[in-house]
Structure formats: structure tokens, C-alpha cells
Design a protein around this ligand. Sequence first.
Ligand code: 13P
Length: 260
Amino acid sequence: MKRTLIVGNWKMHLNVHEASLLVHRLNERIPVHRTVEVVLAPSLLALQPISVELDRRKFRLAAQNAYYKDAGAFTGEVSYTMLRELVHYAIIGHSERRMYFDETLEVVRDKVAAAVRNEIIPILCIGETNHERLQGETQRVLHDQLTTALFHLTSEDVETMVIAYEPVWAIGTGQTAKPDEIAKAIGWIKHNLYELYGTQVAETTRILYGAGVEPEFVGSTLSIEGIDGLLVGSASINYQKFADIVDAAYRLGHERPTDG
Ligand code: 13P
């Protein structure tokens, strides 16, 4: 059976002290769960101190970003090689990086390859903007983002990785995607995985939903067929809300069908 995966993307919030405090609170509030895997993605600066404080039975770490070259004269950058052994996962292709830092499909592809080369599991984010949605381009966008990013990977690599469907128009906007819209996108992602790599990969690769996730949406979202977990933004820096999300996922885990 697949464990439900709950990832907290802290984005550019919390200094090292505040990050450490949040970990302390989460640690008090969240028990060890066999059926839920909880991943925290603090700022790059907080990763190292948190890695020392973290209860590894409860939490794993993810990087929010890194550069795709392993080493070299790239002032200001941190590589996936440097993050090796510090993090388990890396969020790649987040819409905020595509939008504000001009990350192209090719840059995302190279970052995914760099993470895999350094034994870090990519959490690849894909999703359509409001404009693309209104133009009826959702499927094309998801297809392009997915196929380019997976270009250098073997089916074994893809089976281990995580894909997060994050409709850009519902991130931090107060708008929510309806369960049937989410289900349609997840079905399309699975269909693409099937076309590219066959049945086993389509069934095994974990797929998350992320955009405006709040504790009260956990039940309805995790019940959508094909969803293996959630990528949480703003609610993940509120320890009550994040712990409530993990609790709800744990309770639901017992009711979800085994699919892996
Ligand atoms: P919100 O949960 O704040 O909408 O952010 C979602 C997100 O971008 C997670 O990566």
C-alpha cells in the first residue's frame, strides 16, 4: 500500500529561528504515522539546522530549489550535489519559479535530471494558469510540462518520483478547484504516464494535489481517485492547520482503497 504523502512548502517564509520553532511545535503535535509520510520544505538556509533537530521517524526534508549543475563558478547558487544526504526530496518546476524566475521547460527538465543524478527524489510541479485554462489548453500544458521534465528519466526513476498537480489559478487566490476538475487533470497525468512508460509506472508514480489546501478540504481531495497526497503552501506554516491536515490524512488513510 502507498503511504499518503503530505508535503509542506514553506516558500520564502520564516527565518532560521522561526523555522526551528515551527519544527518543534509540529514535533509535539504530530505523532509517528506508519501510513502517512510527512515532508517539510523550509528555506534553503533553514535546511541544515532543521536536519539536526528533526525527528526522522516523523519527518523528511525537501529542498524548494537548487541549480542543475553539480559544481562550478555559479556565484550564489546551491547544487543538488550539495543537498545530497541533507534532503530526501526536491520540489522542482513550481509555478512561482516558472513565473518569477523564468524557469523554462528545459531548465525544469535539467533540474529533475540533476536531482535524480544526486539521488534526490523530484516532486515535479505542473499546472495551468488561469489564461491557459480559459483557452482550453490545460491538457496541452500538462502534457508539455510532464513530457519535457521526464525526458532524461528511466521508468524506474519515474516510478520513484512524485508529480504534483498545482492549478496555478488556485494557488493562494482563494479560488478552489472542483473535485471533478482535479480528477480530470489527474486522469490525464496518469494517461500520459501510461502512454510514455506503461501501466506499472502510471499506477506506481505518486501524484499529489496542491493549491489552496486547507484542513477542511483534505477529505474530499484525498478521496479523488488517483491522488496519493497533498502539497500544502500557506497552511503548512501554521502548525495547527498543518497538523490537522496530517491528522485528517491519517484518519482517511484507513478508508482509502489500496492502490499500490
Ligand atoms: P497554497 O496552499 O498557499 O495555495 O500554495 C500551494 C502551493 O503552491 C504549494 O506548493
